[in-house]
Design a binder for this molecule. Structure first.
Ligand code: SF4
Length: 440
């Protein structure tokens, strides 16, 4: 790697020398793009070295683009998982235009709020058995009009895919349809239309052989569909083997994002498989089931799994207003752990008492954890009160602290000069507390 770098030690990459940069690149701690002066020839040669063990693949247009793969570890606690499992919902091209529109509307309504973030379905899979290019084309334009989501075009009929690409090519759909023996035509299509492609195989060896072929002919963006045998979807064991081969054995042929279809016979079976597939390495999860109660637990599981364990999910410290609080409104102090804030805020809203919530800098820890780590103490609360300059805005000097840290009250009163009111232990008791204790 070092020999292919400019070797000027210019430091523009943030490393003191080209050798240091080369070593960081070899251990995949940095991207080659961080060196602005590397030649095109070197880029080509080094792209293999710089490639993560699982290739990164993107599809969809700019705003709603899906990125999958790029993972470098087997377990989240080793570092982090980078790209959350893409949840894709099927739409049948065989359906009437009206049914397609209705299904698109239901997909659009699958929006959930999780810890202050809006989460929804990531992509749509347009499915067909083949033989009707015009119908496939119509269905894909219907979806494009109805939904602003990346498309996965799924058909064994290359003419159907070509037909849909005439209208959706600019949105870079993922193409899924390669069978046995027709790889050459699909590879040509992927290259000429510059779209990523899903490669299926009836055994892992067959998948590996096919990805080697696609790579060799110049198709770079590949997703694996290990549709083993007649089951039409991989087992969790097979998904684990693929990830282990890519990460531990550096298998280039299996080092791609993996697409799976939750197709167990019962709804409970599909839900169980989908949850396991999110935990065990599915990059794209295709679902037929559209009910919110089916999707919500999966989205929540994914949300929890794909947070960086080294970075607690936290809010910016500071004052957050609920309603339009006046100078006499209550002031509640708590930590800046996102879950804490998003537990407290709806309860304050439910109380219908305009209030201010002051979040201290507790490094994203919850109340008791922060208190035990001395990150939510009389000093840190006093500091937050001072920095907030709330003393200038309020007509009172009262602060409500979480009941869990009632023991802070004496010390905090002394240190801050504010009157401390011990609030409830649970956020759920805040409405009653604000309406009775505060107002009373
Ligand atoms: S930016 Fe490139 S040339 Fe400069 S030190 Fe880094 S690797 Fe070397």
């Amino acid at each position: 790697i070092y020999k292919l770098l400019p070797r000027t030690n210019c430091k523009k990459c943030g490393y003191p020398t080209c050798l240091a940069f080369a070593m960081a690149l070899a251990s995949k701690k940095v991207e080659l793009a961080a060196c602005p002066d590397v030649s095109e020839e070197a880029k080509e040669k080094l792209s293999q070295e710089a490639r993560p063990p699982i290739t990164t693949v993107t599809f969809g247009a700019e705003e709603r683009r899906v990125t999958c793969g790029g993972e470098t570890v087997l377990f989240r606690h080793e570092k982090t998982f980078l790209h959350p499992t893409c949840i894709a919902m099927t739409v049948s091209a065989q359906d009437s235009p009206e049914n397609i529109r209705n299904r698109c509307n239901r997909i659009r309504r699958l929006q959930f709020e999780r810890v202050g973030e809006s989460v929804s379905i990531d992509a749509v899979v347009l499915q067909s058995d083949g033989g009707h290019p015009e119908r496939f084309n119509r269905a894909s334009s219907e979806i494009t009009v109805s939904l602003d989501l990346p498309l996965i075009l799924h058909s064994p009929d290359i003419d159907e895919i070509k037909s849909a690409l005439t209208i959706s090519k600019n949105k870079k759909p993922l193409v899924w349809g390669v069978g046995d023996g027709d790889e050459k035509a699909w590879a040509e299509l992927a290259k000429s239309e510059n779209v990523p492609i899903v490669v299926s195989g009836s055994t892992l060896e067959a998948v590996a052989e096919k990805t080697a072929f696609f790579e060799q002919v110049g198709v770079k963006e590949i997703v694996i569909d290990p549709a083993i045998g007649a089951r039409k979807s991989a087992t969790v064991e097979e998904l684990t083997i693929i990830r282990r081969m890519a990460i531990l054995k550096n298998s280039r042929q299996l080092g791609y994002p993996v697409l799976v279809f939750a197709n167990a016979e019962t709804k409970a079976g599909r839900l169980a498989f989908a949850a396991a597939a999110i935990c065990k390495y599915a990059s794209i999860l295709v679902l037929d089931d559209i009910e919110p109660e089916f999707i919500l637990p999966l989205i929540t599981l994914r949300f929890n799994l794909y947070t960086d364990p080294q970075k607690p999910i936290m809010m910016e410290p500071g004052v957050y207003e609920v309603g339009a609080p006046g100078p006499d409104a209550p002031l509640i102090v708590t930590t800046n752990f996102s879950l804490t804030y998003f537990s407290v805020k709806p309860e304050v809203e439910a109380a219908k008492v305009p209030a201010r919530i002051l979040l201290t800098d507790s490094e994203g820890m919850s109340v008791l954890t922060a208190w035990a780590a001395d990150k939510f103490s009389s000093s840190s609360v006093t500091k937050a009160l001072t920095e907030s300059q709330l003393a200038d805005k309020l007509s009172h000097r009262k602060v409500i602290i979480p009941g869990l840290v009632a023991s802070l009250s004496g010390e905090l009163e002394e240190e801050s000069g504010w009157q401390v009111i011990v609030g409830p232990r649970e956020a759920s008791s805040l409405p009653k507390f604000l309406r009775t204790v505060w107002k009373g």
